[in-house]
Ligand binder design. Structure first.
Ligand code: PLP
Length: 441
């Protein structure tokens, strides 16, 4: 064994690493969008992260605007998070039994979001899957309404017309999903009240839930039109269906006004079930489903809806999540809001200077750019797909060349962290004119 290791030549370039990865993992990745499928070129293999920076295997440093797809709210390797994780590791990696930090993290969520109970799981996919099962268990109904372009993880029934990696690959869904499963998901255009009214008029008594992203961020960002979320609350309530509010991506990140996700903007109403992920694990695998006791107590062991997980509430992940949320002060959100606006204005200036037609899609502190859409903006998945997506590849690669790591797909939000300081912003500012020129070509 030792001899084998000594004889192994470890690849030192991104190209060699990718080649080695492809001989092991399908497509060389463990999650599709990392493969640079829609922008082309060689994916970077990262070996280090600190503050707002990532470093690849060749030693090249990038300002990171992916932030691990959302979790790194405080920036990479925040000292308080690292220290909490080290302490947890020293105490034991996994106990297969309850630990104090599970209830602490759950309580922190309950203090900040109007929910009565929280169940920890390991991924956002599990959280939304559990929420759907709960909704079906609570209502005794089968059908679920989702919106085209919204991504809720990769469970079978939720892959129909999903955004994120599926948008990148232009796949309508996924092979391996049975017709029966697909038939239980009604896919509607986002922001379309008439489509919802028609669906409820036809199938109202069979609809268990509407699941929606608090603001869609997986077809690029799409702003909910004024009153659309409240309309979802009303139509579900009127028909005895549950409203599942997926804040896996927006939760504890999107609001610049405090701890909340987009829930901070709800005025006097709440959904029935929430899902969280990403930020609540601070970079380690944790997610949650949460809601009122009347629904949450249907979960095993109290109720008939089964759900479980070997590593649910893992102590190291709990420590990371707790330290992240405890350090997510009002100042952190204010910084992220300010940096995000600064970034948007630098981006807009650079694109305008090159005459690149675009619109900025924003939801709280999250935004994305859509090319060729200035006239009508992007209100749903069809709009997002109709944009001049071909401009993003050259734009992305020019940024990469100049030391900025953007999401490798136009259908993803840009993430900033509280660690994005003046130096990081200056580096982005220096890269943007090159990228705008590339996008204009
Ligand atoms: N829901 C939303 C809104 C997401 O953005 C994601 C992932 O990006 C998920 C669910 C799935 O989370 P995970 O990748 O942790 O399974």
């Amino acid at each position: 064994m030792t001899e084998n290791l000594q004889n192994t030549t470890f690849p030192t370039t991104n190209a060699e690493q990718y080649e080695a990865a492809r001989s092991v993992m399908p497509g060389g990745v463990n999650s599709p969008v990392r493969a640079f499928g829609s922008v082309g070129g060689t994916p970077r293999t990262m070996v280090k992260a600190a503050g707002p920076y990532l470093t690849d295997v060749e030693g090249t440093e990038y300002v990171d605007l992916v932030c691990s797809w959302g979790p790194m709210l405080l920036g990479h390797n925040h000292p308080a998070v690292v220290e909490a994780v080290h302490r947890a590791v020293d105490a034991g990696l996994s106990f297969g039994a309850s630990t104090p930090d599970e209830a602490r993290l759950g309580r922190l969520i309950m203090d900040r979001v109007p929910v009565e109970h929280v169940r920890m799981v390991s991924t956002g996919t599990e959280a939304t899957m559990t929420a759907i099962r709960l909704a079906r268990g609570a209502t005794g109904r089968n059908l679920v309404v989702k919106f085209a372009g919204c991504y809720h993880g990769h469970s079978d029934g939720l892959l129909a017309a999903a955004g994120s990696g599926l948008a990148t690959q232009s796949l309508p869904g996924s092979a391996g999903v049975t017709e029966a499963q697909a038939a239980e998901t009604l896919v509607l255009p986002y922001n379309d009240r008439a489509a919802l009214e028609a669906a409820f008029a036809q199938h109202g008594e069979r609809i268990a839930a509407v699941i929606t992203e608090a603001a869609p961020c997986n077809m690029g960002v799409v702003t909910p039109e004024d009153g659309f979320n409240l309309f979802l609350r009303q139509i579900t309530q009127d028909h005895g269906a549950l409203l599942i509010w997926d804040e896996v991506l927006t939760g504890f990140r999107a609001s610049d006004t405090g701890y909340w996700g987009l829930s901070g903007r709800l005025e006097g109403w709440t959904p029935d079930l929430w899902t969280f992920g990403k930020v609540i694990g601070g970079g380690l695998p944790t997610a949650a489903v949460a809601g009122r006791a009347e629904h949450m107590d249907l979960l095993a062991p109290l109720g008939p809806v089964y759900q479980a997980g070997t590593l649910s509430g893992n102590p190291v992940a709990m420590a990371s999540g707790l330290a992240t949320l405890e350090n997510a002060t009002a100042e952190v959100y204010e910084t992220i809001g300010r940096r995000s606006e600064q970034l948007e204005s630098m981006l807009v200036d650079a694109l305008n200077a090159e005459g690149v037609d675009h619109s900025i899609q924003r939801a709280g502190t999250l935004f994305s750019v859509a090319f060729g859409t200035s006239e009508n903006g992007v209100h749903n998945y069809a709009d997002a797909q109709g944009q001049e997506a071909f401009r993003y590849g050259p734009f992305f690669h020019a940024m990469l060349e100049h030391g900025v790591y953007l999401p490798p797909s136009v259908f993803e939000a840009w993430f900033v962290s509280a660690a994005h300081d003046d130096a990081a912003m200056e580096r982005i500012g220096a890269a943007l004119p090159h990228a705008a020129k590339a996008a204009a070509a």
